[in-house]
Design a protein around this ligand. Structure first.
Ligand SMILES: O=C(O)CCC(=O)C(=O)O
Length: 303
């Protein structure tokens, strides 16, 4: 199996401290053009985008998770780019497991905002060493379609209600509604960066974030977030969070690991990845059906 690429430099202690103080760290020129290219191909394939073709008449906001199981470009980007190693540094973790990828493609002229949220309440996970790395293969500006972060919010005690497509609540726990942190008069420290392809942001799973829409006249914004677990992360499902349709064999409280959430640091778990390296691994239909039934059952008990 190939080795993962090494990051172009080590993070300084001050940068790692910034991550733990602000909940987010901007990484200029983190991905080489090789990885931007691999990612662009993967996102185009997964989202059916033809770069030379006409823009869609009805622009959409596409969000798909766990695409690395079926798409080889996104598998390679997730497993073999320098991401796991930078996560290991930031999380000050011995071990790093890949949890999943999630693609976020705002097609041209899609003015839809990604609402403020923190990822933690969407994940079937517990722990403090959980982070995401977000990057876009298209330039983004801080005043449109780049992610915006509420600095320091990962240290707040609140857990805000996770809302999925159509306003469906993605948790069974009682949680408060997320305020509009960018409303006029709201007084929060909000940070966002103009980003070029290759730039990335790494942020804590509890850091509140969102993004503005892609205004008319700009092309697609093709982005991905890869999600990562460090030493203290545990599997902690309640039934409604980002569901997993692959057989991972984990029980609540188990450390993250195995073929679905492979360990990549300190070394790549080759045995766990053997099947995926042979070819796509599709979701198990019976697990998809069981997840759907579980979510519907919870839907009836609205929180
Ligand atoms: O790209 C976006 O608009 C949203 C990304 C996001 O919320 C995330 O990565 O958690």
């Amino acid at each position: 199996m190939q080795d993962a690429d090494t990051p172009n430099r080590r993070l300084t202690e001050a940068e790692i401290e910034t991550f733990w103080t602000d909940g987010v760290l901007f990484l200029k020129d983190f991905y080489s053009t090789k990885w931007v290219d691999v990612l662009r191909r993967g996102l185009n394939e997964v989202c059916g985008i033809d770069e030379d073709g006409a823009q869609p008449e009805k622009p959409v906001f596409r969000s798909d998770a766990y695409t690395w199981h079926a798409n080889d470009h996104l598998r390679d980007f997730s497993l073999f780019s320098p991401t796991a190693e930078i996560v290991q540094q930031v999380l000050r973790s011995d071990r790093v497991n890949f949890f999943c990828d999630q693609v976020f493609v705002k097609q041209a002229y899609n003015a839809e905002r990604t609402p403020w949220h923190h990822d933690f309440t969407f994940f079937p996970l517990a722990g403090n060493q959980i982070a995401s790395v977000w990057t876009s293969v298209d330039p983004v500006r801080s005043d449109e379609s780049a992610l915006e972060f509420v600095l320091g919010s990962h240290l707040w005690p609140q857990r805000f209600r996770p809302l999925g497509v159509g306003g469906v609540v993605k948790s069974v726990a009682q949680m408060e509604e997320t305020p509009d942190f960018s409303a006029p008069g709201a007084d929060y420290r909000i940070a966002s960066w103009d980003m070029q392809p290759g730039d990335a942001v790494i942020f804590h799973a509890l850091t509140l974030h969102g993004s503005q829409g892609r205004p008319a006249g700009r092309l697609n914004r093709r982005a991905i977030a890869t999600r990562w677990c460090g030493d203290d992360a545990r599997y902690a499902p309640t039934g409604k969070e980002l569901q997993v349709a692959w057989d991972h064999g984990l029980a609540p409280g188990d450390p993250i690991g195995g073929p679905v959430f492979p360990e990549l640091r300190p070394r790549i778990d080759e045995a766990a990845l053997a099947q995926r390296m042979k070819g796509p691994v599709m979701p198990r239909p019976e697990i998809v059906a069981a997840n759907k039934a579980l979510a519907e059952r919870f839907e009836k008990v609205r929180v």
